[in-house]
Design a protein around this ligand. Structure first.
Ligand SMILES: Nc1ncnc2c1ncn2[C@@H]1O[C@H](COP(=O)(O)OP(=O)(O)OP(=O)(O)O)[C@@H](O)[C@H]1O
Ligand SMILES: [Mg+2]
Length: 262
């Protein structure tokens, strides 16, 4: 079971958009997919049409109380092959509630390990926009990272921060997730965007995605209607880009890469 986190400490870089739509693309290609929302905003659930406001139990309860099983928190979505562990504002209490526990940073890793092997092909983790105990849980639970970078001023800062966190984790624990893809997002043809893109190409020659997600009002609208882009505007440029990104992520599955000698 692959475990892929969509992460960047900077807010609004399209983490949730990529997570939810890549999930839908992988599900359409026959993968059994689980999305775990780790953000108090609950946007992954909202983007999949789930009203998360008063839901209980949520990911918060699952991380905190080991009497709550996976089947108690997982929910089907309107998309075939795609399940969700939802989050809402309850998750804000997590760092304080779990503070006394010595394993507080490993909770997500441990909970994911309780899912029956073979139930899912891939778990996608939608990380929050901050460096917090929740993010630390995400970094320890994930095996692969996708880092969306909005092509705007200061975009590279969040990216550098993630690379530093990975180095720290590797030094502390001897292992860290692999940087799978850096994905340029919110591209609009401007000199600044092209300069940032060129710097990303220099900095991440192996891991920069071929797909660039352009700015598209349809993507924004789809999220606000609680639909994936493939349901809301299947023939849009955003749908084409997000499908291509899903395909890149599928093609970079560790087993396929090692078979190709990479
Ligand atoms: N390609 C796009 N074109 C235009 N708007 C987009 C695009 N992708 C995402 N958006 C919009 O940008 C906003 C931020 O996107 P998203 O929620 O995916 O970012 P995020 O990184 O998850 O944010 P946060 O850090 O708050 O979790 C949302 O309103 C979303 O609908
Ligand atoms: Mg988000």
């Amino acid at each position: 079971m692959r475990r892929i986190a969509f992460i960047n400490e900077k807010g609004g870089t399209c983490k949730t958009t990529l997570c939810v739509n890549v999930a839908a693309r992988l599900a359409a290609r026959g993968q059994r997919v689980l999305v775990v929302d780790l953000d108090t905003q609950g946007h992954a659930g909202k983007s999949l049409g789930v009203d998360v406001r008063d839901l209980s139990p949520t990911v918060h309860d699952w991380l905190l109380d080991y009497a709550i099983g996976f089947d108690d928190v997982v929910r089907p979505t309107g998309v075939e092959n795609l399940d969700l562990v939802p989050a809402n504002k309850d998750l804000a209490a997590f760092p304080v509630a779990v503070a006394p526990a010595p394993d507080r940073a490993d909770r997500l890793d441990q909970r994911l390990a309780t899912i029956r092997p073979g139930r899912y092909d891939v778990v996608l983790l939608d990380a929050p926009p901050s460096l917090s105990l929740v993010t630390e849980n995400v970094l320890r639970a994930a095996r692969e990272l996708v880092v969306p970078v909005a092509l705007t001023y200061l975009a590279l800062d969040g990216c550098a921060e993630i690379v530093r966190s990975l180095e720290r984790l590797r030094a502390e624990r001897g292992r860290a997730p692999e940087l799978l893809l850096v994905v340029p997002t919110l591209y609009r043809k401007t000199q600044l965007a092209d300069e940032i893109l060129a710097r990303l190409q220099e900095r991440f020659p192996e891991t920069l995605s071929r797909t660039v997600l352009g700015w598209s009002v349809k993507v924004d609208e789809a999220q606000s209607h609680g639909r994936t882009i493939f349901e809301y505007a299947p023939r849009s440029s955003g749908a084409a880009a997000l499908a291509a990104l899903g395909d890149e992520i599928l093609a970079r599955a560790p087993a396929l890469r090692s078979a190709a000698g990479a």
